[in-house]
Design a protein around this ligand. Sequence first.
Ligand SMILES: Nc1nc2c(ncn2[C@@H]2O[C@H](COP(=O)(O)OP(=O)(O)OP(=O)(O)O)[C@@H](O)[C@H]2O)c(=O)[nH]1
Ligand SMILES: [Mg+2]
Length: 353
Amino acid sequence: MRKFAVFSGFLGSGKTTTMMALTRYHTARHGKAAMISNDLGHGVELADDRLARLSGCNASGMTDECICYQNENLARRLNEYYDDGCQLVISDIPGFGVGALEHVYHGLAGKFPGQFQLAPFTVLVEPRTVELLRSGQGGDMAYLLDTQLVEADLIVLNKCDLLTREQAEADKAWLAGRYPEASVIAISAREERGLEELSQALIRGEASMRRPDIGYGGEAFRAAMGRLSEYYLQYHAVVCCNDFDGSAYLVDMARQAREDIRAAGREIPHLKLLAWEPEGDFGKVDLIGTDRDIEVTRRFARPCTAVAAVLNASAACPADELDRLITGVVEAVSDRYQLELTVFKRECFGMGG
Ligand SMILES: Nc1nc2c(ncn2[C@@H]2O[C@H](COP(=O)(O)OP(=O)(O)OP(=O)(O)O)[C@@H](O)[C@H]2O)c(=O)[nH]1
Ligand SMILES: [Mg+2]
């Protein structure tokens, strides 16, 4: 089997967490699997990819542009994985994944006929997004969220640990009614629930290759994309004192970022803060909106003396302002912890082009 699946879905819906859980689960139960993290930064280290590798997943990154526009590189990467014995490879898609069905699935099928078995086009959604869509609010963001789901062959309602069983059933039923072309399953990537059903859906199912009219590149799409910027930072920090708490440092940066972004009247759908030390111990903190709690996804086990860090953010904020805001946060909080920083890479750009 040479199966390939794209995982689309809104920022913070849990694509990376699900790909990590599924890659591990599938490898243990059904056969070797691998995951690809795809994002737009140029020659950058991706927080998602580093996280997956630090967590022991069979993983790699593809940067510079969407896999939509690098079918040949993607095909080469997939073949490397299949030659290495993988049966299932999953990749996410930057931004919103809108248009990925056309560009990735039809691109691969057109250029490499018969080479890859395409699994159901999969879109992850979290309960909060379902709530937003059900309420009929959300402006051009709701447009993007809806458009993503219109493309889905398989909708994965993630983060079901946040719902009662009745709520999960109600959300599933609403999604099934609203997107009748798709199958809907419920999982919790964090608690590793629903992974067998997801595995089976990908192994047994096939992409429909239907081409829904999504208004790709249209006015509403451009308006929504035009508001978003991406931020990438990679640095190394030398620690002055031997009681440095890497997790507290990451949480303080997330907290400060939340405050500053909120004060600027902007929104930040996802800020990822990942740091690790040479022995492989690491911490990860996520901020998925200025109105949400900061999530400590993983804590450092021990105090450390030097760390490398990767920060990635997607925000509804002009690029120059986002650059100033997040860089300012890193500098201020690092100063507070008396860290000596060496920045290797910093990039910030608008997604609207
Ligand atoms: N409660 C809960 N949280 C989850 C679950 N899956 C992911 N999360 C959390 O949601 C946040 C975002 O998860 P990611 O996996 O990074 O989301 P993503 O879709 O890859 O985000 P982008 O890369 O920005 O598009 C993290 O804090 C995760 O720990 C889940 O099943 N339950
Ligand atoms: Mg991700």
